[in-house]
Design a protein around this ligand. Structure first.
Ligand SMILES: [Zn+2]
Length: 260
């Protein structure tokens, strides 16, 4: 769900426009080098260091979810994932203790992903979207045509400024508009959109249970894009679905990573 704060800060400075933030870099040759923390492989009884045999691993494990997510992104986009633990830019996939999060796009070094023990497959799929360069859909410059934020959050977005509080530092990290270098039409079906219900962020305040509603234009966009998910459960046909890579997510990744 989250991005490393230092990455966001670094990119916000150079940022320019929609589904891929300005400043984000593509992976060389549309190929992500990765390696696992040994304990994740040990937990599934892997015989090697890569995803070989992943489909037979225990589904509740971090390594299974990571390998299933990489497979889904390769199928949807043609981007490749290859084991390479020597490269300094190799994506290090490790257990997370406090959050499930990843770096954004390709960094020259120290690309990483942390996966909590209880993270869902959908959350891991979302984090790989960040690794492939996708930003949060609800942070696009055109989002206010599609979403109406709850008044309390609108107020925080507009007035938190540099206020030091847990809520304001969260709002600064997850909700400001950022500039984009590449985008589709606004996609409420994106895997990279947030759910309206953000209760887990701040359990002490029930208002986080509904942080936005769709505008008329947003609802129309949702009615159109959900057609692609008619075979999936109803929970997959709302903004913030963590079920599948949307057509537009895949299209933008193919264009950004220059998949040939
Ligand atoms: Zn995220």
């Amino acid at each position: 769900m989250r991005l490393w704060p230092f990455v966001l800060l670094g990119l916000a400075i150079s940022a320019h426009a929609a589904s891929v933030m300005e400043g984000t870099q593509a992976w060389p040759k549309a190929t992500v080098a990765y390696h696992f923390e040994p304990q994740l492989l040990k937990a599934v009884g892997a015989t090697g260091k890569d995803c070989t045999g992943w489909a037979r691993w225990q589904h509740a494990t971090q390594a299974y979810k990571a390998c299933a997510a990489m497979d889904a992104w390769t199928t949807a986009t043609g981007v490749h994932f290859v084991l390479d633990e020597r490269r300094i830019d190799s994506l290090y996939i490790k257990a997370g203790s406090t959050a499930t999060q990843a770096t954004l796009g390709h960094l020259p070094a120290f690309n990483r992903m942390e996966i909590e023990a209880g993270a869902t497959y959908g959350a891991v799929l979302h984090e790989f979207g960040h690794v492939l360069g996708l930003m949060h859909e609800h942070q696009r410059p055109d989002r206010d045509q599609y979403l109406t934020f709850a008044p309390f959050l609108r107020n925080d977005i507009d007035y938190c400024g540099l206020t030091i509080s847990a809520v304001c530092s969260d709002v600064r990290g997850a909700f400001p508009i950022v500039r984009v270098q590449m985008s589709s039409d606004y996609d409420p079906c994106s895997l990279m959109h947030y759910l309206s219900n953000q209760t887990p962020r701040h359990r002490e305040d029930p208002r986080w249970g509904q942080i936005f509603t769709l505008t008329k234009k947003g609802q129309a966009a949702l009615d159109t894009c959900t057609q692609q998910f008619m075979a999936l459960p109803a929970r997959c046909r709302k903004p913030g679905q963590k079920c599948a890579i949307s057509h537009d997510d895949a299209m933008i990744v193919r264009r950004f990573q220059k998949v040939s």
